[in-house]
Write a protein that binds this ligand. Structure first.
Ligand code: ARG
Length: 585
């Protein structure tokens, strides 16, 4: 049980002793105090129950306070209109720190009912290199998977790549016109991109070429062997390029069930949808229409055109017989529920696909997949310094690899200026770590729905709410152990806390488990990122106020334990953000 729960129990016992009627005990809460000046935790019981009991809230709070026995744990006071405030005693904080320090998993609570969660993230359309827009899904998805795994869920990471769509018709068309074999060897992704652009530019100007590209796709989908061979090559090359980037980012998948994996399932699926009455023909296409169960405004199958609500169906087979994104996604839900026994599926995808997912989730429910919790974990846009979506000078989305290289360059400048490392090799390694992980941390430190400005110099700086600041905090918390002559044998029983800064550090450390759980309440890695920054700040304050190596005996050992515990929480928390730590900087 954590401290708020223990205090809540004590409040409930006291209320019982006072014979107060408790219509809804669930509403009695002990939570983190809004303002630390008033204590560590607060309880709303007196304010909630005074009126029905015909009492003045402050008097009632005083009565309640007298009845609560928590002398060993905390001081109690009354604040404002009748809040009970609890200030933990140093010995209670020391107990908390001691058990967290002794725990191999840092006293992180495990979920009571582990679930199987499929995480659908990254999922680029391949045959094109990944661009900056892919960073958000990739990094948020990886973080959520680590957090969910940490607290006991079974997580299946699936990279649902777009490997069956229009871009393959285009690449195939251009490939046949003139693939450059030597470039394909040397820089495969660049060559694929060149082919893609060639086809894309040509088909913008010429309707006939557009039709030819489309025909190449149809041939591929119908099993033409030449097109299939080109596709196989494209896919293998793309996969190689993607693997390199994922390695660099420390991201991995359990499956790569791309769109092509569902190809064979689509025709039978649409037949079933029609025969069971979920879909019907309309203008030659097969569509799922509204269930007419909700108001048009809340109905993803309706659209307002010129002030009038019209049908906006989900098309599962186009009038030319082709299946599309939505059809594949329905097949994907079937697979994940039937084969993988998913309790939840989280789709980490751009907010602009909100309409698609609203239709998909509604249709899935109607098809009988109503037990699985389908969630669209949406995110916003990365902006350039001009406040518009980030673009290269040529007007394209910057390629992810280039962005990471630029970040490493910017990091190298900081490393050359500030690092204590000796060799060029070490510095290069550190710059790679700082550069790549600064980009990742910046992503995770923002609310996923907010648009943020991509500013490399700011993100690699040692000052501010940055990755380097956190990495440096970790290194600082470890370096003290290297300075210890003759090593040290620490004993948790020795732990005593006296200074304010020590207590505040422990207060922050003790919140770790809760913070991790909160991330999943609304799929918000930024809560963990912000927490780690706050913890790092508490650590630096402690470090400045409380000498460690210059103190002696029990005080020294206690402070060493705090350094050790801080370093472990920082490392563990950063690992959840998929950020590895250096031992020296
Ligand atoms: N490939 C898609 C895109 O780049 C994202 C796929 C997301 N996952 C899904 N199951 N729809 O837009």
């Amino acid at each position: 049980m954590n401290i708020p729960e223990i205090l809540r129990e004590k409040v409930l016992v006291a209320l019982k002793a006072l014979e107060v009627a408790l219509p809804d005990p669930g509403r009695i809460q002990v939570s983190k105090a809004a303002d630390l000046r008033f204590g560590d935790f607060q309880c709303n019981a007196a304010m909630m129950l005074a009126k029905p009991a015909g009492k003045n809230p402050r008097d009632f709070a005083a009565e309640l306070m007298g009845e609560i026995s928590a002398d060993d744990l905390c001081e109690i006071s009354i604040a404002g209109p009748g809040f009970l405030n609890f200030t933990l005693k140093p010995a209670a904080w020391a107990d908390l720190a001691r058990s967290q320090w002794a725990s191999d998993d840092l006293a992180i609570d495990q979920v009571e009912n582990p679930e199987t969660i499929v995480l659908d993230f990254s999922a680029p359309n391949v045959a094109k290199p990944m661009h900056i827009g892919h960073i958000r899904s990739t990094i948020i998805g990886e973080c959520l998977s680590r957090v969910a795994t940490k607290i006991g869920h079974r997580v299946i990471k699936d990279n649902h790549i777009g490997d069956w769509g229009t871009q393959f018709g285009m690449v195939t068309w251009a490939w046949k016109k003139g693939v450059d074999e030597s470039r394909l060897e040397k820089a495969p992704l660049q060559e694929l991109l060149r082919l893609y652009r060639m086809a894309s530019d040509a088909s913008k100007e010429d309707e006939a070429i557009k039709a030819q590209c489309r025909a190449e796709l149809v041939k591929l989908q119908q099993g033409d062997s030449e097109n299939r061979a080109i596709w196989d090559q494209c896919l293998a090359l793309s996969r190689k390029g993607l693997d390199q980037i994922y390695d660099r980012l420390d991201v991995s998948f359990d499956h790569w069930m791309g769109e092509s994996a569902y190809h064979e399932a689509l025709a039978p699926l649409v037949d079933k949808l029609v025969s069971e009455g979920f879909a019907r023909e309309s203008d030659g296409a097969v569509c799922i229409f509204s269930s007419e169960d909700v108001k048009p405004k809340a109905d993803p199958f309706k659209i307002n055109r010129d002030g009038e609500w019209q049908d906006f169906p989900m098309i599962v087979r186009k009038n030319d017989g082709a299946f599309n994104y939505a059809t594949t996604d329905l097949a994907t839900v079937e697979h994940r529920v039937n084969e993988w026994k998913a309790d939840q599926v989280w789709y980490v995808v751009d907010f602009r696909q909100g309409g698609h997912f609203a239709q998909l989730f509604d249709a899935s429910k109607r098809l009988g997949y109503d037990q699985v919790n389908l969630v669209h974990v949406a995110f916003g846009t990365i902006l350039g310094k001009d406040g518009k979506p980030l673009k290269t000078r040529a007007g394209d989305l910057p390629q992810l690899d280039d962005v990471l290289n630029d970040a490493v360059k910017a990091a190298r400048i900081v490393v050359d200026e500030k690092s204590r490392l000796d060799t060029d090799n070490e510095k290069a390694e550190l710059a790679e770590l700082i550069g790549v992980n600064s980009v990742k941390f910046t992503e995770l430190a923002h609310h996923r729905m907010s648009d943020y400005v991509f500013d490399l110099d700011k993100m690699v700086s040692l000052e501010g709410d940055t990755a380097p600041y956190l990495l440096y905090s970790y290194v600082r918390s470890r370096s003290i152990f290297r300075k210890l002559e003759g090593g040290v044998e620490l004993n948790g029983d020795q732990l005593v806390l006296a200074e304010k800064a020590e207590i505040h550090l422990v207060r922050m450390l003790s919140r770790y488990s809760d913070q991790i759980h909160q991330v999943l309440e609304d799929y918000r890695p930024n809560l963990l990122a912000t927490y780690l920054l706050e913890l790092a700040r508490a650590f630096h304050s402690f470090f400045e106020a409380c000498p460690v190596l210059k103190s002696e005996g029990r005080t020294r050992d206690s402070r060493l334990i705090l350094c050790d515990l801080t370093s472990r929480v920082l490392k563990d928390g950063l690992e959840l953000l998929a950020i590895p730590v250096p031992e020296r900087m």
